[in-house]
Design a protein around this ligand. Structure first.
Ligand SMILES: C[S@+](CC[C@H](N)C(=O)[O-])C[C@H]1O[C@@H](n2cnc3c(N)ncnc32)[C@H](O)[C@@H]1O
Length: 334
């Protein structure tokens, strides 16, 4: 944990694999728990809770979340974890299952405590160099971008690489980062001393009391409350995941909401409900692979809960598609 405070902003890595085998079966889900733990050990985090369904496995980590699909891995870690150290081990494990990497996407916001980050995360430049050194040569459609905003402390860092160009039918993702949480709402993510609960039961209680369970009522939820404070959850709704992580400590409070998009869910409504849970002073929304209509709907939904859009920036990467980065500040608190 950083000396100055806990770094809530996550680093997120998405790895997509392909196989020449026409029958994929459970693919990467075949990796045993011990192998996953070995990779997580290099990243410097552990599994605290797990839940799977017919489509994928989800793990709540001591620092955020891991999702394993048959041909895709999404891992998101915060604090001073060394996320990019998982790239090579995951590629090697996948090879044992005849799966080859064909796209990689790394994203993160701007750290609150950048000076506390260890190698290979001391700067975006270092992260990009490390990635370039650790991905196969055939991932030739590459781009690194820092997508700016009008809020100087918020920019969106994206590195993507693919063996093929981005295709429009890939699902879109929405990554919401919130800082300066309303103190009364953040207090709900502190445990009561001597509550005689474990991380799972205290997490379940927070999920209900904060309204997180109403963001997507169809989702199965795997939740965990840290001691004395902090909360993480993974939501499973068919083949779509969602995830929330909360650092409630005043001075560096942070919460994130992330969800995989589809035509079957009202994403804008979900983002709106998630922002309402935390009453943040600042919100950023990074949408990857969605159309402008969806981004406009999300903007309107966030503005509906007392936020004002301050900036809207766009970047296009050959392997990731269009990235829209929007920032908002609270009308109430400015
Ligand atoms: C892992 S959670 C959520 C992470 C997420 N990226 C975020 O900051 O919203 C982090 C919160 O849990 C608290 N916490 C308590 N014990 C922890 C532990 N053993 N490992 C990581 N975080 C812990 C931290 O102080 C922080 O408030």
């Amino acid at each position: 944990m950083a000396v100055s405070g806990f770094e809530g902003f996550e680093k997120r890595l998405e790895l997509q694999f392909f196989t020449h085998n026409p029958v994929i079966g459970i693919g990467l889900r075949e990796l045993d728990f011990q192998s996953l733990e070995q990779v997580l050990h290099q990243v410097q985090c552990t599994v605290v809770s797990a839940l799977g369904n017919r489509h994928f496995d989800s793990y709540v980590l001591s620092e955020s979340s891991l999702f394993v699909y048959p041909t895709k891995i999404i891992i998101k870690t915060c604090g001073t974890t060394q996320l990019l150290k998982s790239v090579q081990p995951f590629i090697n494990h996948a090879r044992t299952l005849n799966l080859e990497l064909f796209t990689l996407r790394y994203t993160r916001g701007s750290f609150i405590f950048p000076e506390a980050q260890p190698h290979p995360h001391t700067s975006f430049h270092e992260e990009v160099m490390f990635l370039e050194d650790n991905i196969p040569q055939n991932l030739c459609y590459k781009k690194a971008s820092v997508v700016p905003s009008k809020l100087t402390s918020h920019s969106w860092h994206v590195f993507s690489a693919g063996a093929v160009e981005y295709s429009d039918n890939a699902p879109y993702t929405v990554e919401v980062c919130m800082t300066n949480l309303d103190q009364t709402l953040a207090q709900k993510f502190f445990r009561h001393p001597n509550d005689r609960k474990n991380g799972d039961s205290a997490g379940r209680e927070m999920t209900g009391k904060t309204g997180i369970n109403r963001i997507n009522p169809n989702a199965q939820i795997c939740d965990f409350a840290f001691d004395p404070c902090g909360y993480s959850m993974n939501g499973l709704d068919g083949d779509r995941y969602s995830t929330i992580h909360v650092t409630p400590e005043d001075g560096f409070s942070y919460a994130s909401f992330e969800c995989l998009g589809s035509d079957h869910i009202d994403m804008a409504e979900m983002v709106k409900k998630a922002v309402k849970v935390f009453g943040p002073g600042t919100v950023s929304v990074a949408t990857t692979g969605a159309g402008d209509d969806m981004c406009k709907r999300i903007k309107a939904a966030v503005e509906d809960v007392g936020m004002k859009c301050r900036s809207w920036s766009t970047d296009v990467a050959p392997a990731a598609g269009k990235v829209v980065f929007q920032t908002f500040t609270s009308r109430r608190r400015t």
